[in-house]
Design a protein around this ligand. Structure first.
Ligand code: DX5
Ligand code: ZN
Length: 228
């Protein structure tokens, strides 16, 4: 169902939450080596912060050829998430804590041509969602409480990354395991060793002097640590 080859390996998805919002197009142009651009949509309701919504995502789609990885930290994703897929976001991730009908929503997103992702907060277990794997393309394991960039990585989620990888292995499908929050040169190896294969990094990339070089450095570190 996905638009990507069966196994694409380690990928880096820089989060523009740490970029300059007054010139997002130029900021994205600073990371041409990124596999995805991670867009954090926050509604000041599911999380205590407000960022961007569909109009900005539509504009970004016209400003870059790098696929958009939309992370919806919003209530009622059942209602709002399909619009992001319709607009052309190639990956749309909704939260387990917010969704009402995850199977229906995941099928709707895939029907619109997007990859469907399920995200869990640090305190939410992943194993209860094992039965949903046939309808999903990605599990997003939050490694900070969602809402803000620049927070320290929570080591407590490492066992959950390993559980997610085991679930996927047992299921047998090619489902990506994304880690989001506090990912940097100091933490990415632990995440890769635990089984993550898609890495979101906001402050680590956009506060670097050379953001694209940081993307490549993070990718190389993750590849080495994953034993790929
Ligand atoms: C947090 C967001 C993350 C955040 C990551 O709620 O979902 O994507 O931007 O930023 P860093 O890498 O700075 O933790
Ligand atoms: Zn995010």
């Amino acid at each position: 169902m996905g638009r990507y080859p069966a196994h694409v390996g380690i990928q880096i998805s820089p989060s523009i939450l740490s970029a300059n919002f007054a010139r997002l197009g130029e900021e994205i142009a600073r990371v041409p080596d990124a596999d995805w651009i991670h867009v954090d949509v926050m509604d000041n309701h599911f999380v205590p912060n407000l960022t961007v919504g569909l109009p900005v995502v539509e504009s970004l789609l016209g400003a870059t050829s790098i696929p958009l990885d939309c992370h919806l930290m919003i209530t009622d994703p059942d209602r709002w998430a399909p619009g992001y897929a319709e607009a052309g976001a190639r990956s749309v991730t909704f939260h387990a804590e917010a969704v009402h009908a995850p199977v229906r929503l995941a099928r709707t997103l895939r029907g619109l041509g997007a990859r469907a992702g399920l995200a869990v907060n640090p305190a939410t277990p992943i194993t209860p969602y094992a039965d949903l794997l046939p309808d999903l393309d990605m599990l997003l394991i939050m490694s900070v409480e969602p809402g803000f960039g620049g927070q320290p990585f929570l080591d407590m989620v490492l066992p959950k990354i390993a559980e997610a990888r085991d679930m996927v292995r047992r299921y047998g499908g090619d489902i990506w395991v994304q880690v989001d929050g506090g990912v940097s040169e100091a933490t990415i190896e632990r995440c890769a060793a635990a089984g993550a294969d898609v890495f979101v990094a906001g402050s680590a990339v956009f506060s670097a002097a050379d953001p694209d070089r940081m993307v490549r450095t993070l990718r190389e570190m993750a590849i080495a640590a994953s034993g790929e």
